[in-house]
Ligand binder design. Sequence first.
Ligand code: NAP
Length: 537
Amino acid sequence: MLHSSIAQDFDAIIIGGGISGMFMVYRLRSLGMKVRAFENGSDVGGTWYWNRYPGARFDSESWTYGYTFSEELLQEWDWTENYSPQPHTLKYLQYVADKFDLRRDMTFNAEVIAAHFDDAATMWTITLRDGRKFSAPILVTGLGPLSAHTLPDIKGRDDYQGQAVHTARWPKEGVDLKGKRVGIIGTGASAIQAIPEIAKEAGQLTVFQRTPNWAAPLHNAKISKEEMAEIKTRYEEIYASCRETVAYFIHNPDPRGTFEVTEEERLEHWEKLYASPGFGIWLGNFRDILTDEKANALMTEWAANKVRQRVNDPIVAERLIPKNHGFGTRRLPLESGYFETYNRDNVELVSVLEEPIDRITRSGVKTSNREFDFDILIYATGFDGVAGPYDRIDFCGPNGRKLIDDWKVLPRTFLGVQAEGFPNLFMVLGPHTARGNIPRNIEEISDWVVGLIKFMRDKGHERCEPRPGPVETYTQEVLEVDALLLSSKVPSWQTGVNRNVEGKSVPRPLGYNGGAPRYRKKAAKVAAGGYKEFKFS
Ligand code: NAP
């Protein structure tokens, strides 16, 4: 079909071949649409394709993580650990791609660098890094909130002559750490998973920590064949209970307030949560832990004592205790022996707050008072979160309107699925969608977007974009619910802060923090009302 002078290659183009992109290929194809997903990696998997560092695994219970769209798939797949390690998760996603023949509609090694909208033709044209261009009237993004990894903005980075790797670009063939002198910069969730594993292999491991992070035990365990068989009988119940919780996990806040219980009950609850697997200590804590400063301060002091109990050297323990943000006000990393790793003779913690990094040298790292030589330097320096992946693609709407300019201060969207002024651009897990147990959010938002696209097609509409009023109201709600959380003022990828990226030093809301049930209800109401919040033509 020809629209104006632009040849249409597909009915819809999808950017990304991770959990979102794969699901959108499946769903849009089942509407009878000619679709193609473009993925930067050489295969499916997204996050689980790229993040192959030692120790990478789920923080979500495995049996709450898989796709739910196919009962057959649920019954066929066996999770082997309560928190699946990266290789098994990647195998799972490859299995899904094989089973539903998804790769037939996917192009790999294809980095999308631009997406421009032709107003007269109602057509998006994407440009790949190698110069190829493809067009479709509908563009769907499945970029993931954590796909734009960032290197530290430290002088001399390019001078380093040893092997340098970012956790999110860990080589497929692995890294030989045995007996090596290893340096790692960063102590976020990736590093907190990687450090205990690297320490077991390396001759010497030096950890450069800027901001210490809170972390709590994961308590992973194997899943036996019998347990897996039993889990399979309960999938309906498990996923129904996830739908009831605030972040789509099995964990939900305790309805009691921190000060509504006796000290004995409080301590008993915290000990129980700390000894239980998963995010309970973060998401199943007293209802006011993440909103009330006094409640949070009490929990923070309790968690600090846990670090003191687990780390032998009191000076190292104090270094590991965050002083500038309360417990749980950044995304809580879960760990397996992280704190005890600092009791090993071959591990040293360097606080760059006390001893700033001057520069990276040819052979390692120079701080204000020492020089370190490394065979391997690991950057666990994180991501330009949520909006970052969008900033890296030149999204250009009608009249030359650039998404990156629009989002400089704050993204403005309706339900996080469409940005104002960018017709037919549908985002899965873009800024301002509800977030938590990621595949659960992805399936829900994707299905909602597919419903909207189906509505357009059934009604013969070619173009869809949100009306300014609903965008304004929704954006206000995003701001209001975000302000209720203590995390709203804390710099982290979740609040869009990344000091390695210019202009990203001020926290701003990038998710919908009103909870998954409220988001779902809102989205369902819009669909039931015939999508009146959108302009169609
Ligand atoms: P991150 O949490 O953003 O941590 C990056 C670390 O690098 C921070 O400690 C940061 O210090 C440090 N850093 C950055 N630039 C630096 C510089 N120039 N000098 C010194 N230090 C620097 O990134 P991440 O650990 O990759 O985790 C990101 C998110 O990915 C997590 O919060 C989580 O949502 C997700 N994740 C999930 C899993 C899982 O589900 N199992 C595992 C890993 C990651 P500052 O804090 O001072 O900036």
